[in-house]
Every structure is written in structure tokens, then in C-alpha cells.
Write a protein that binds this ligand. Structure first.
Ligand code: CP
Ligand code: NVA
Length: 320
């Protein structure tokens, strides 16, 4: 196992940047920070530290949780409005990074193209992926904590993803086998996460953990502990709306699909949800839905991430 020190100064661009042990440690730390918030215990672990936030795309959860998290940790988050920054137009991406490194301790960026993150990451300051066209690893940290809270473990569970094999699906696929969680994806033809992502996940999965791709959501959800879906029309793909609505017909998570999964399966969504498309109101608002726990856990997991990237080992448990 790597020393906890090894996370300091590192980038978090993909789930694969952390080992299974590092991910487990991060979830433990996030749980301790969550308890500290619940108990009203101040924890200014990043006093005087600063984060720059870059959003090329809209956000509610990512922006609110990173900014709130930095404030709770005694630090400060600067939101660099995209229209003013004009990264790559007014100034090159690399030069934006070279400036920011002189002022801030960490950069968090939500971008159209993953390459933008790798260009920023050339600067000697940790860069966190707040969503790209390839992945959404911060979302998946919160998802893992949520599953662990509801199921009291991760290992040996079956996670089923129904819908578009895009950024969120790819990060779930990267995380699951690292933590002994089996994953089955039900995606329409042409919307799989890509052969490389599947092959990498399969190579990581130790028996009895499995990685499966099927077409039929009803087949996929049998024996599921968690059923997950995401938007059919992700940000930036709006031009494809008509074709996507046709392709994803039959992939809606509704009460009938959840009934096939069984009463103990939780329903998950990264949000924002497009009610009536990938999920019905009945499922979103039903007793199996944990979607707002996922949203809350963005705060706690990202705080743990920030502390570990900026400051390193802290006796989180002593906070409680
Ligand atoms: N799930 C998520 O990343 O939400 P936002 O797009 O609102 O940040
Ligand atoms: N797949 C979605 C996730 C939103 C959090 C998107 O990229 O828009």
C-alpha cells in the first residue's frame, strides 16, 4: 500500500490515478469529515489555501460542493468565470496553468475536451477533473461512499449501469473492479464506453468480480444491488438529441425495471436528471432512490480529496 503522503501534489484526472487502497482511505476520510459536519465540529484543515475553479460547462453540484467544501476547510475557492478567462483564446491553456500555479494550491476544471486537463496539469499544482468528455471521477467518489453507506460494503456487490456509456459510466467502470464491485452495463449499440475502457476494467477484475456489457436492461438488472443511470444527452451533445432519443428508447429506468432488480436495490443518478427520459418521477422520488445522498456526498468526498492532495496525511478520525 502506498503511503498516504503519496497523494500530495498529485493530479486527480481519472479514477485510475488512485489505487484501490487509496480510494478506500479517501472514503474513510470522507466519512469522518461528514461526521464532523453533522456534529458541528470545525475542521479548518486548509486554512489559507486557495483553489481556482474553471467551468467551461454549466454546473450546480460540482460548483456548490467544491466552493462550500473549501469554505468549510477554512480555505477559499475562486471561480474563474469562463467568459472572462477565455482559456485557449485570450491566453493558451498552458499559460493559464503557469499563472495559476503562482497563486493557488489546486485547480479544479470542468472541460469539454479531456486534453485541456492534461495541458493544465503540466503546471506544478494538482489538477482535479470536475468532468470531461472522458470521465467524471469526482462524481464516482461520492457514488462509492453512497453505496457503502447504504449497503455497508462495496466488495461483492453488483452495480448495474443503464444508458449512455459516456463519462460517468466510464468512471464507474474504472472504479468498480478496483474495489471488488461487479459491474454490468446495459447500453444501446454504438453507445458502449469503448473497448479500451472495458478491456482495462476486465483486466483489473479479480475473480469473482465481473465486468459485463449487455444490450437488454431487463437482463442487466437481475440481482442488482444498485441501478444507476445518467442523462441520454450529456452537456455538449445537444445536437444529437433526436438520434439519441431514438437510440435510448427502451432504456428508461422505470418502476417495472426497478421491480426486476428487486426491493433492496438502490437507484442512483449523478444528476441533473431528465425526468421522463432516462428515469421516471416514480423512481426518482421513490423509496429506492438515493440520488440526493449522492449529491450530498460530493461535498464530503471532495473535501477529503482536497485535503489529501494539498496537505497530505491528517488524523481525520480525531476530528470526531
Ligand atoms: N453531477 C454533477 O456533476 O452535477 P453538476 O453538473 O450540477 O455539477
Ligand atoms: N454525462 C453528464 C453528466 C452530468 C453530471 C454530462 O456530461 O452532461
Amino acid at each position: 500500500m502506498n503511503s498516504p503522503n503519496s497523494l500530495v501534489g498529485r493530479d486527480f484526472l481519472e479514477i485510475s490515478d488512485f489505487s484501490g487502497d487509496e480510494l478506500r482511505q479517501l472514503l474513510d476520510n470522507a466519512a469522518a469529515l461528514k461526521l464532523a459536519v453533522r456534529e458541528g465540529i470545525p475542521h479548518p484543515l486548509l486554512a489559507g489555501r486557495t483553489m481556482a475553479m474553471i467551468f467551461e460547462k454549466p454546473s450546480l453540484r460540482t460548483r456548490a460542493t467544491f466552493e462550500t467544501g473549501m469554505a468549510q476547510l477554512g480555505g477559499h475557492a475562486v471561480d474563474l468565470a469562463h467568459e472572462h478567462l477565455q482559456m485557449g483564446v485570450r491566453e493558451s491553456i498552458a499559460d493559464v496553468g503557469r499563472n495559476l500555479v503562482r497563486w493557488v494550491d489546486v485547480i479544479m476544471a470542468r472541460v469539454y475536451t479531456h486534453d485541456t486537463l492534461t495541458e493544465l496539469a503540466a503546471a506544478e499544482v494538482p489538477v482535479i477533473n470536475g468532468l470531461s468528455d472522458l470521465s467524471h471521477p469526482c462524481q464516482v467518489l461520492a457514488d462509492l461512499l453512497t453505496i457503502r453507506e447504504h449497503k455497508e460494503r462495496l466488495e461483492g456487490l453488483k452495480l448495474v449501469y443503464v444508458g449512455d456509456g459516456f463519462n460517468v459510466a466510464r468512471s464507474l467502470l474504472a472504479a468498480a473492479p478496483r474495489l471488488g464491485l461487479s459491474i454490468t452495463l446495459a447500453c444501446p449499440e454504438g453507445y458502449d464506453p469503448g473497448p479500451d475502457a472495458i478491456a482495462t476494467a476486465r483486466a483489473l477484475a479479480d475473480d469473482p468480480t465481473t465486468v459485463e456489457i449487455v444490450r437488454d436492461p431487463r437482463e442487466a438488472v437481475a440481482g442488482a444491488d444498485a441501478v444507476y443511470t445518467d442523462s441520454w444527452i450529456s452537456m455538449g451533445l445537444e445536437d444529437e438529441t433526436e438520434a439519441r432519443l431514438r437510440a435510448f428508447d427502451g432504456y428508461q429506468v422505470d418502476a417495472a425495471l426497478m421491480a426486476l432488480a428487486g426491493p433492496d436495490a438502490i437507484f442512483m443518478h449523478c444528476l441533473p436528471a431528465h425526468r421522463g427520459q432516462e428515469v421516471t418521477d416514480e423512481v426518482m422520488d421513490g423509496p429506492q432512490s438515493v440520488v440526493f445522498d449522492q449529491a450530498e456526498n460530493r461535498l464530503h468526498t471532495q473535501k477529503a480529496l482536497l485535503v489529501q492532495l494539498i496537505r497530505g496525511p491528517v488524523a481525520f478520525k480525531e476530528l470526531n
